[in-house]
Design a protein around this ligand. Sequence first.
Ligand code: SF4
Length: 421
Amino acid sequence: MGVTSNDTPSANRLHIGVFGKTNSGKSSFINAFTGQEVSIVADVAGTTTDPVYKAMEIHPLGPCTIIDTAGFDDESILGAQRVERAKLAADKTDLAVIVFAADEAGNVGDGLGAINENKEQELWENRLQEELKWYRFFKEKHTPVLFVINKTDVADPKPLYDYLKNKTGEEALLVSTRTKEGMTQVKEALARKVPENFGERLITGDLVGENDLVMLVMPQDIQAPKGRLILPQVQTTRELLDKKCLIMSVTTDKLEPALATLAKPPKLIITDSQVFGYVYEHKPKESMLTSFSVLFAAYKGDLPYYVEGAKKIDTLTEQSHVLIAECCTHAPLSEDIGREKIPRMLRKRFGENLTIDNVSGTDFPEDLSGYDLVIQCGACMFNRKYVMSRIDRAKRQSVPMTNYGVVIAHLTGILDQVVMP
Ligand code: SF4
């Protein structure tokens, strides 16, 4: 069976976030640009409530997730919440499109005289401050931005184009979603703005190559979903197959029998972090050891920051506050790694009164300053941009951050023995 773009995990797709004022035409822009109905389009302000995430294949960009967000200016009851969700979408955005309407600045030069014209201009310039604020937000995050001026069939886009060029140096693209004019140029401009090396990162880096034997230790315990493997295991296996590695997969209890059948030890053993200590004790000394979670720490996040964060554990006390963030929202299971195992390991070391908060899904506090350490799961369900947004938040507030695999390796005393890509 062939592999379609729908098989690309969401976290690996190019996330294109589309932002703009309520009903500035951004939803119809998305529909015109993708050739598909992504959003509900209406003339009523506030139609796009929660961001809509839609996976699609767009030539020449490849597998993308298009995010249609709530309007910046939404003042309905849920406005604050909608803006909050737009912020979350912005954190996940690899490439931002800010849509303006040409008629926003279309009244300049209406013949009412210089004073009125100046006032008019001041008014529409003020109305654009929200867009410019978001532009600066993206720039600070090194997220490429494309300005699009829509509705060029109803108003002269020049005043707006000149203003934006003058303020930001960005050259806006002129489009009309009604006539479809400019859509090809939008795709070409987006393709030019795709962040360099996007999608080229390897999970296993250069740790192994063709013909190297890699052993995967994957306990299928109560936490493992029934009848399937979890995403980090699937993606790592796929990458190793692409690299033409030789792969041997075992459950923990079959590690020793499997090793006994081999003429030479595996070059690399990748284990589930939960059995790090056991695998370390039983592995051949020639085999390098790492975990799925450590590999994903580098793939999705900032491994050096995570290692530094794990070492901060040694400075914790019983009065410390720790935040554990798990991206999946499944109901807690017995022996759950984030709610049971890691807290137990920490409390054993620092005392029963250690305060540990758990969050899941996209819940991640804006204010981290009350925490002495943040421990993040492997985050395989999120895109790298979003995980890096979390790390940036922790860095800005000088809060150490680490992830499950790195912290378990540290607490097991084998962090120095673990190889990292
Ligand atoms: S997102 Fe986090 S909790 Fe969910 S499977 Fe991936 S590593 Fe585990």
